[in-house]
Design a protein. Structure first.
Length: 176
């Protein structure tokens, strides 16, 4: 951003890695957050995507460099490489898929192994499918408390529910 000919650099830069099973909506979350767009057709992330969003929160410019790495086991080494140096992360599960929630501790272990103790939030995605819910809000909150997450949010990438709030609250926690 340029103001009166002066380039305004972000005060903070965060490398954000996404962790979670395939098809939980990691790419959709990021696309909605960065591009305000939802793709109806599911396309599995093959490898990785990198997107950046710069936001102003309470007068502070923050850059999120978001690394979206495929959740399939075959991308574990790639995740390890791209998560290196991350200082923030989202652990994402699908509220309609019990297995994706049950795997959250595995994703947490990977996060701790691949990063230097990155701070993180837990996100239960797909709340627009509430009638198919398999994981209670209380379970998500309890896991976030147990793992010492910086927050817990239930979101919908499709309906753009709580996504901006999750990133804003996370950014505030990171800069405090």
């Amino acid at each position: 951003m340029t103001i009166l000919g002066i380039k305004m650099e972000p005060s903070y830069r965060f490398k954000v890695a996404l962790f979670g099973n395939a098809a939980v909506g990691k790419t959709s979350l990021v696309n909605m957050y960065v591009n305000n767009k939802f793709e109806q057709e599911y396309l599995s992330t093959l490898g990785y995507n990198v997107l950046e969003k710069i936001v102003d929160i309470k007068g502070t410019r923050i850059s999120f460099m978001i690394f979206d790495i495929g959740g399939q086991e075959q991308f574990r080494e790639l995740r390890k490489q791209y998560a290196k140096g991350a200082n923030a992360a989202l652990l994402v599960y699908d509220i309609t898929n019990r297995e994706s929630f049950d795997n959250m501790r595995k994703w947490y272990d990977d996060l701790m192994e691949f990063t230097d103790g990155a701070r993180f939030i837990i996100v239960g995605n797909k709340v627009d499918l509430i009638e198919m819910k398999q994981v209670s809000t209380e379970e998500g909150e309890n896991l976030a408390f147990e793992l010492l997450a910086d927050g817990f949010f239930e979101t919908s990438a499709k309906e753009n529910i709580e996504i901006d709030n999750a990133f804003t609250k996370f950014a505030q926690a990171l800069i405090e």
